[in-house]
Design a binder for this molecule. Structure first.
Ligand code: PLP
Length: 257
């Protein structure tokens, strides 16, 4: 008989396998030579599940809140994994996030660029001084610009969606320039969440266009973070390099906040 924890590991293995084969299928359908990176979004799920997934070969995890992310990362310090911060981020949390995150997918304003840059530099100085030489997170901090691609005016959007964050497309150019110039940060690409109630394919196509103009100026900013559990296929077809999958790997989250 399996005990509860083995049962959960077996369940996660099965769900992970099913998500991986969906990705593989979409990759073949798209005729892509490459395969996007899977980032498992572990928010609301316990550190024990992250440990199980790490034992199944997952190396990239996403979180959308500090301090939940901070506590999980501390508890799992012994694991060889990368933490991706994917949620809206208050500038005053930057000093915590730079300690564990290797990437922030949700940079959407100049003040946050400045806060992350300052925090990353201070953290590097602190580590140098204390003689700490951790392998992770790597420096510089990878930064993706989250773009709000919902064409509807805020008042016409379904309730709750205004709070999803993201910079207007017109602001992307300046943000890219700021990140590119900021010490401690690396401009890594673009990210979007498909707006509720609209066809995700259109959003992902626009995101890809933004990515194309960005890489013409910054050839290394190649990441396109798009696609969640329900729209990963469209994201793969439109060239996503990173998929942020929570529910279809870990199961439903409690409906809080
Ligand atoms: C929660 C979350 C995800 C994962 O969503 P699922 O639908 O559970 O796969 C992806 N991206 C962001 C920004 C999130 O907050």
């Amino acid at each position: 008989m399996m005990d509860r924890t083995e049962e959960r590991t077996a369940q996660l293995a099965e769900r992970l396998q099913s998500v991986r084969s969906r990705i593989q299928q979409a990759v073949s359908q798209a005729g892509r030579p490459d395969s996007p990176q899977l980032v498992v979004v572990s928010k609301f799920h316990p550190a024990a599940d992250v440990r199980r997934l790490a034992s199944l070969g997952v190396r990239d995890f996403g979180e959308n809140r500090d301090p939940e992310a901070r506590h999980k990362a501390a508890e799992l310090e012994d694991l060889d994994v990368d933490w991706h911060f994917v949620g809206q981020l208050q500038s005053n949390k930057a000093k915590h996030v730079v300690r564990y995150a290797s990437a922030v997918h949700s940079v959407d304003r100049v003040s946050l660029v400045e806060a992350l840059s300052t925090a990353k530099q201070r953290e590097q100085a602190r580590r140098l001084e204390s003689g700490e030489q951790p392998l992770r997170p790597p420096r510089p901090l990878r930064c993706l610009i989250q773009v709000d691609l919902d064409p509807r005016p805020v008042e016409d959007r379904p309730p709750g969606i205004g709070a999803r964050g993201g910079a207007p497309p017109a602001a992307v150019e300046e943000l890219a320039e700021r990140i590119d110039r900021a010490d401690g940060l690396r401009l890594q690409g673009v990210m979007a969440v498909a707006p509720l109630g609209l066809d995700p394919a259109g959003t992902f196509r626009r995101l890809r266009e933004l990515s194309t103009s960005m890489t013409s100026l910054y050839p290394e900013a190649t990441w396109i973070s798009a696609g969640m559990s329900h729209d990963l296929e469209q994201a793969v077809l439109e060239g996503a390099t990173h998929l942020r999958i929570g529910t279809d790997v870990l199961g439903p989250r409690p409906e809080v906040g």
